[in-house]
Design a binder for this molecule. Structure first.
Ligand code: ADP
Ligand code: GN1
Ligand code: MG
Length: 370
């Protein structure tokens, strides 16, 4: 993906959707690494109303229309359940797609860009950094509830929007290929990072082997449970809305828990250049276990529970080798805002992997107390 920004006529794009009122403004929004996200403001009878407009990154998601079909099905299922339970504020508790004027749930612009609009979930925040254990617990509970809700999704399996997304062994092979190709002549400068990865190659297949053996089940998972992908209610702190549904597809429950560990327990930002600031925060891990088991505990088997700490290590490791691969390939996948950012992301994640390794026994004790 190119990081270059073209001027975009947001008013024209937004005009393809059935939005009431008059277009006031549109501006880039959020800190996601993949899609282009904008907040729109419409004037509706003298009241400003916001929407989220997104261009789906089709370099990353090769079949954007299949992806939109997934999101349409998942959000319809969520809203059907919310309606059946009589929940208040349903349009804050699940994403709501605004249809395009032609009735489809997306719009293709003349240049081929794929756009969608969501109702803006107000009075809620996606936190890039989790500050309190209450936030970690609320977020984990919300992602667990999301998994539970999808157990009876009708209509057959969802499309795989990115094949082998959490197949860590295949991510490992991709790293080896990037080292071999070394298109930017960067491999020599990251020898110690490559060695760190090689020393942990055996971890990459561990969950996959258990999946093949039928010991841990394939279910519908979110697959991108970084903590800014759940909006916490500003007033109550509750995990009110799970967002970023692009990777909702068949997976392992542990992928979702592991990615929460990666993001919520980290003592420093994802791209912290000073790795001495990075460690796994045990109180945050405890809060994640508390929140996640409160909602998902009922459907996890004993093997999955024992693997909760390992999942944190694995998903952190997997993300680290993805950042390293992208660095070697010239920063073509994740959005970067400065040179070397992917390498910093990789290094800080490797430090977090080490910290999880050091605390693994204590983390297991936390899980076993439940
Ligand atoms: P990416 O895949 O690039 O991470 P996201 O779908 O996560 O894209 O959206 C990027 C950011 O936009 C989110 O982190 C969140 O802050 C904000 N956002 C997305 N959808 C909504 C929404 N419906 N209401 C409010 N904010 C939203
Ligand atoms: C991306 O889309 P976003 O920013 O929520 C990535 C995740 C990574 C994450 C690392 C589709 O998430 O897999 O874990 O960056 N999403 C995709 O921060 O690749
Ligand atoms: Mg996101």
């Amino acid at each position: 993906m190119s990081n270059a920004r073209q001027p975009i006529d947001l008013k024209r794009i937004a005009g393809a959707f059935g939005l009431l009122g008059s277009f006031e403004s549109g501006a880039p929004y959020g800190s996601g690494h993949i899609n282009d996200t904008f907040a729109l403001v419409y004037d509706q009878g003298g009241r400003p109303v916001r929407y989220i407009l997104q261009r789906v990154n089709e370099n990353v998601f090769k079949n954007g229309e299949a992806l939109m079909e997934n999101i349409r099905r998942v959000t319809a299922h969520q809203h059907a359940k919310l309606a059946a339970s009589g929940a208040s504020e349903a349009s804050r508790r699940a994403l709501s797609l605004v249809p395009a004027a032609d009735g489809r749930c997306f719009h293709r612009d003349p240049e081929g860009g794929l756009w969608r609009v969501y109702i803006f979930v107000e009075r809620a925040t996606g936190h890039d950094r989790i500050e309190t254990t209450a936030q970690a617990e609320a977020a984990a509970k919300a992602f667990g509830e999301f998994q539970k809700l999808l157990v009876d999704l009708p209509g057959g399996p969802l499309h795989e929007t990115i094949p082998q997304f959490h197949d860590t062994a295949s991510r490992f092979r991709a790293l080896l290929q990037a080292v071999e190709a070394d298109v930017c002549n960067r491999a020599a400068g990251v020898k110690s990072e490559i060695d760190f990865a090689l020393a942990r190659q055996a971890d990459a297949d561990r969950l996959l082997a258990l999946q093949r053996a039928g010991e841990i089940p394939t279910v519908v998972t979110h697959n991108d449970t970084k903590l800014n992908n759940v909006l916490l209610d500003d007033a109550t702190g509750e995990g009110i809305c799970v967002i970023d549904l692009d990777t909702v597809m068949p997976g392992l429950a542990l992928y979702d828990f592991g990615d929460m560990v990666r993001t919520a327990t980290n003592s420093a930002p994802e791209d912290e250049p000073d790795v001495t600031k990075v460690h796994m925060r045990m109180p945050m891990f405890e809060a994640l276990v508390r929140g996640y088991l409160a909602s998902a505990g009922g459907f996890l088997n004993a093997t999955e529970k024992e693997l909760l700490p390992f999942s944190g290590k694995l998903l952190t490791f997997e993300c680290a080798i993805r950042f390293l691969t992208d660095y070697l390939q010239g920063d073509v996948y994740f959005k970067t805002r400065r040179p070397g950012q992917n390498l910093d992301r990789c290094r800080s994640h490797f430090k977090l992997v080490e910290s999880i390794e050091e605390q693994h026994e204590a983390m297991l004790e936390v899980v076993r107390r439940w």
